[in-house]
Design a protein around this ligand. Structure first.
Ligand SMILES: Nc1ncnc2c1ncn2[C@@H]1O[C@H](COP(=O)(O)OP(=O)(O)OP(=O)(O)O)[C@@H](O)[C@H]1O
Length: 233
């Protein structure tokens, strides 16, 4: 459903991506791994049109995303859980969830408030609270809930478990497994190789703006030491 090949991108005069290849098949969970500064967030920004690609191909659902605006790309069904959560601090939990809600693709059984609250009961308890008063873990759940309310076909999570307590991390991983079981396609950027090896079908390692390794779970298990070397664990 998402196929990126030979992607190049950068900021001003500095080139950051020199050839990123990445594949997410329908209903799969794929990862993008790599040390800090290797270009993971830049890849996500290029995919979403926030920092448009300079070269290469990005195809989503069999169609090119070349030249598409971030709004158009979101409408085609890519939902982002951004690095640092970025919930709307002065809106309540409920207001955050409905702010960008839509079902433009007409998906059956769309996400609505009731379904999000069933997925994250803690958000239901805090529905009227301002988002800035939530804990980090709750803000992360809200960021995921907000992305789901756009009813995406592909959910992209940039460092969704960063800085969270282990018990909250486990909750996020369990949520992603439940979303996968519902058939959602997911691209995860994270460093938690243990959880990712259980959840993901396909892995991609970025090194200095290039995809240097891709493989499925079995390949990752065989070459774990090599991959750990690349991602600095
Ligand atoms: N807005 C920007 N302007 C200029 N350079 C940037 C900008 N954002 C990122 N970079 C540079 O691009 C490179 C890749 O950054 P990017 O954020 O994509 O890495 P990353 O793999 O996501 O790392 P991290 O895990 O630290 O977020 C880095 O060298 C970074 O300094």
């Amino acid at each position: 459903m998402l196929e990126i090949s030979g992607l190049t991108a950068g900021y001003g005069h500095s080139q950051v991506l020199f050839g990123v290849d990445l594949l997410v098949r329908e209903g799969e969970v794929a990862t993008l791994l790599g040390r800090n500064g290797m270009g993971k967030t830049t890849t996500v920004r290029a995919l979403l049109g926030l920092n448009p690609p300079r070269g290469g191909r990005v195809e989503f659902g069999g169609e090119s995303l070349a030249g598409a605006t971030p709004e158009a790309i979101a409408r085609r069904g890519i939902g982002l859980v951004p690095e640092g959560r970025q919930v709307f601090p002065t809106l309540t939990v409920r207001e955050n969830l409905v702010a960008t809600a839509a079902n433009r693709l007409g998906l059956p059984e769309p996400w609505d408030l009731a379904r999000i609250y069933a997925l994250f009961p803690r958000l239901a308890e805090r529905a009227g609270q301002y988002a800035r008063t939530l804990s980090g873990g709750e803000q992360q759940m809200l960021a995921i809930g907000r992305a789901l309310m756009t009813n995406p076909r592909l959910l992209v999570l940039d460092e969704a478990t960063e800085g969270l307590a282990p018990v909250i991390r486990a909750e996020i991983w369990a949520t992603l497994a439940a979303l996968k079981a519902r058939g959602l396609s997911i691209l995860v950027i994270d460093k938690n190789l243990g959880a990712l090896s259980r959840l993901a079908d396909r892995h991609h390692v970025l090194e200095k703006g290039r995809t240097v390794w891709t493989g499925d779970g079995a390949a990752l298990a065989r070459e774990a030491a090599r991959v750990r070397g690349w991602i600095g664990l």
